[in-house]
Design a protein around this ligand. Structure first.
Ligand code: IPM
Ligand code: MG
Length: 353
């Protein structure tokens, strides 16, 4: 097949992991006989420096013409002045909103090879396989907000409509049907009105999915259950902010934030794919970044936007094999492990491919 992929390397370690992701993509194209045409555009801090805005029109146009977007990371200390009027993160929020990418899939699984690296006990980590479905274009991230002129008060608004909850909950229920048949919905219905609407909507929708076991957890309790019984979760549905927080927490199960991929999907097959990790300013330019979250994001892109399941699996299997061989980037290395660079790790993945 022929497909166009808009790449947005962004900031920090973003460009470093993007370069390696494109090597993986090329290899898959070659192996399976596909033509992947890639474009490169600016977003985040790099875009602010070049154009004054974090999401230039040019970038939106290029993405609109593509079949999917592959993004690496945005942000960094250079642009984090709290008084700044433009921020790299705004570009990311805007692109999610522009393309109506309301469902954020964040799978978290534990690799047998990394069980002893995670800070939790081995017996707790066995069989951990969670799919977070995070609402991505609503809630407090997109509600009315105001920084008051007096500097002494500010507000953000958490608003959800029934249809916003329904469309993302549908994604989560369907995902549970294709997995182990369990859905945990996260809210704070004991305090917040928007979260009472959330729970009521999920309960009503459950009637259409009687084969799925539904559990509700308040977000504070959920953070605890995530660490005390992680293998009991299958699909976890959460609003924008709670999903953001819980998915970072869950990365601890996988051994490193660098391991996690994500897909942001809307009503059709178009999607934006990005590792969950950020721009990691502390390790920029040292070839220390873990490219796995990025590679797994490429696999998700092939799976969800291009329906290339075999190709996606091939990447996932290659990563399994490289980890089983003992290769580690610094973030997932134990004391006895040999640490390899981002590029060396990628070389090993390409060799498996
Ligand atoms: C994420 C990030 C973003 C978010 C930031 C960079 C805006 O933390 O994708 O999880 O909060 O959504
Ligand atoms: Mg986050």
């Amino acid at each position: 097949m022929k497909a166009t992929i808009a790449t947005l390397p962004g900031d920090g370690i973003g460009p470093e992991v993007m370069v390696e992701a494109l090597r993986v993509l090329d290899k898959i194209g070659e192996k399976f006989g596909h033509e992947f045409i890639t474009t490169e555009s600016l977003i985040g801090g790099a875009a602010i420096d070049a154009t004054g805005t974090s999401l230039p029109d040019e970038t939106i146009k290029t993405c609109e013409a593509a079949d999917a977007i592959l993004l690496a990371a945005v942000g960094g200390p250079k642009w984090s002045d709290p008084t700044a009027s433009v921020r790299p993160e705004q570009g990311l929020l805007q692109i999610r909103q522009h393309f109506g990418l309301f469902a954020n899939l964040r799978p978290v699984k534990v690799y047998p090879a990394l069980v002893d690296h995670a800070p939790l006990r081995r017996d707790l980590l066995e069989n951990v396989d969670i799919l977070f479905v995070r609402e991505l274009t609503g809630g407090i991230y997109f509600g009315d907000r105001q920084e008051m002129g007096d500097g002494d008060s500010s507000y953000d608004t958490m608003l959800y409509t029934k249809s916003e909850v329904e469309r993302v909950a549908n994604v989560a229920f369907r995902a549970a049907q294709g997995r182990r048949g369990k859905l945990t919905s996260i809210d704070k219905a004991n305090v917040l009105a928007s979260m009472r609407l959330w729970r009521k909507t999920v309960v009503e929708l459950h009637e259409d999915y009687e084969d799925v076991e539904l559990e509700h957890l308040l977000v504070d309790a959920a953070t605890m259950h995530m660490l005390t019984r992680p293998s009991s979760f299958d699909v976890v549905l959460a609003g924008n902010m709670f999903g953001d927080i819980l998915s970072d927490e869950a990365s601890v199960l996988a051994g490193s934030l660098g391991m996690l991929p994500s897909a942001a999907l809307g009503a059709d097959t178009f999607g934006l794919y990005e590792p969950v990790h950020g721009s990691a300013p502390d390790i920029v330019g040292q070839s220390k970044a873990n490219p796995i979250g990025m590679f797994l994001s490429v696999a998700m892109l092939l799976r969800y936007s291009l329906q290339l399941e075999d190709e996606a699996k091939t990447i996932e299997n290659a990563i399994d094999a490289v980890l089983a061989d003992g290769l580690r980037t610094g973030d997932i290395a134990g004391q006895a492990d040999k640490v390899v660079s981002t590029t060396e790790f990628t070389d090993a993945v390409l060799a498996k491919l």
